[in-house]
Design a protein around this ligand. Structure first.
Ligand SMILES: Nc1ncnc2c1ncn2[C@@H]1O[C@H](COP(=O)(O)OP(=O)(O)O)[C@@H](O)[C@H]1O
Ligand SMILES: [Mg+2]
Length: 316
């Protein structure tokens, strides 16, 4: 754009001088007008550059917002809640500010951090009345927060939301205003592909599919990836990526090795290199109401989840 401006200026200055000296003076007006246009185009160039810089800085601000990760699988007992809790705590140990959101009516994540499964302060009222989410700090760990669920209030939440207009965007409207306060937001989904996981996917940048190396695990994966593709296509174009995490892995079991091979063959580089080994400390930490690092930072569970965090951190 600058180049054009200078070409204009030089070209019309040349014409002006030529006409002023050799041709009739009335031409002067004509050339003078063009000269003005040149100056204007210079200012337009300036405005364009300022606008471009503004857009770039806006992008930078947006990029510094939290990455939202949905932890999901439509099956129960595969390790979603354990993964949400320990990935969140692990990322926090890596100096990241993390918010966990428990949208599971079973409230397992809430209980995992030592909160009662029924309490008045939970996500229910925010989902129903679109009011700000009640965010609590977890056990005075700096930079690790939670939005609780409640077995009582959330019991029939899917039914209550079924008739709400724009029901798939309810969580997105709650998460967007607090995104700039965190590096990561992790959403612990219930074991379904219903309206709650749909809400989670609608505001996510990444889906973390937790899978147990069992016989029919691979069949179920098709349902999840299809649901994700639909969400990306119709609802949330930001949901561009996903990762598969194998949990409760026991290398002594042949079936676990076979299923792992099958998963890696089918989902290639989407499968995280780290697998979470079966480790009783993970269960014990949950029983104690703490994450695995505070329970026993040397156990296999702590090591595996820390490696998962390091892998997730590398994803752009
Ligand atoms: N890697 C693991 N090793 C041993 N037990 C595990 C592991 N991951 C999860 N568990 C246990 O399995 C049970 C179900 O896990 P959970 O995370 O609640 O699954 P989900 O949220 O998918 O229903 C819990 O008791 C949990 O402590
Ligand atoms: Mg769970």
């Amino acid at each position: 754009m600058y180049l054009y401006t200078f070409v204009y200026v030089y070209f019309y200055t040349f014409i002006y001088v030529y006409f002023r000296i050799f041709i009739f003076s009335y031409m002067y007006t004509f050339v003078f007008l063009y000269f003005h246009i040149c100056i204007l185009s210079y200012f337009y160039t300036k405005i364009y550059l300022y606008f471009h810089t503004f857009v770039l800085s806006l992008r930078q601000i947006l990029e510094s917002m939290a990455k939202v990760i949905s932890v999901l699988n439509h099956k129960g007992g595969v390790g979603k809640t354990t993964t949400t809790a320990n990935v969140a705590a692990g990322l926090n140990k890596l100096k990241k500010k993390v918010l966990m959101i428990d949208i599971d009516p079973q409230a397992n994540l809430t209980v995992h951090f030592g909160f009662p499964q029924e309490s008045e302060v939970n996500i229910y009222h925010s989902l129903i009345h679109q009011s700000a989410m009640p965010i609590l700090n977890v056990g005075e760990v700096k930079g690790l927060d939670i939005v609780k669920s409640s077995t009582d209030d959330m019991a029939d939440i899917e039914l209550q939301l079924a008739g709400v207009y724009g029901r798939e965007f309810i969580l997105k409207d709650l998460v967007n205003p607090i995104k700039q306060n965190y590096d990561y937001v992790l959403i612990d989904c219930p074991p379904s592909l219903g309206i709650l996981p749909l809400n989670a996917l609608s505001c996510s940048d990444l889906a973390l599919i937790v899978i147990e190396p069992a016989k029919f695990s691979l069949d179920g994966m098709k349902k999840i990836t299809t649901a994700m593709e639909k969400v990306q296509c119709r609802i949330n174009p930001n949901l561009t990526d996903y990762r598969v995490l194998i949990t409760r892995y026991n290398s002594n079991k042949v079936i676990h090795k076979d299923v792992e091979e099958g998963i890696r063959e089918r989902f290639k580089n989407k499968v995280l290199q780290t697998v979470i080994r079966s480790n009783v400390s993970l269960e014990e930490a949950a029983m104690k109401g703490v994450d695995v690092y505070r329970f026993n930072s040397k156990c296999n569970g702590a090591k595996d989840y820390m490696n998962v965090c390091k892998e997730l951190k590398k994803i752009k």
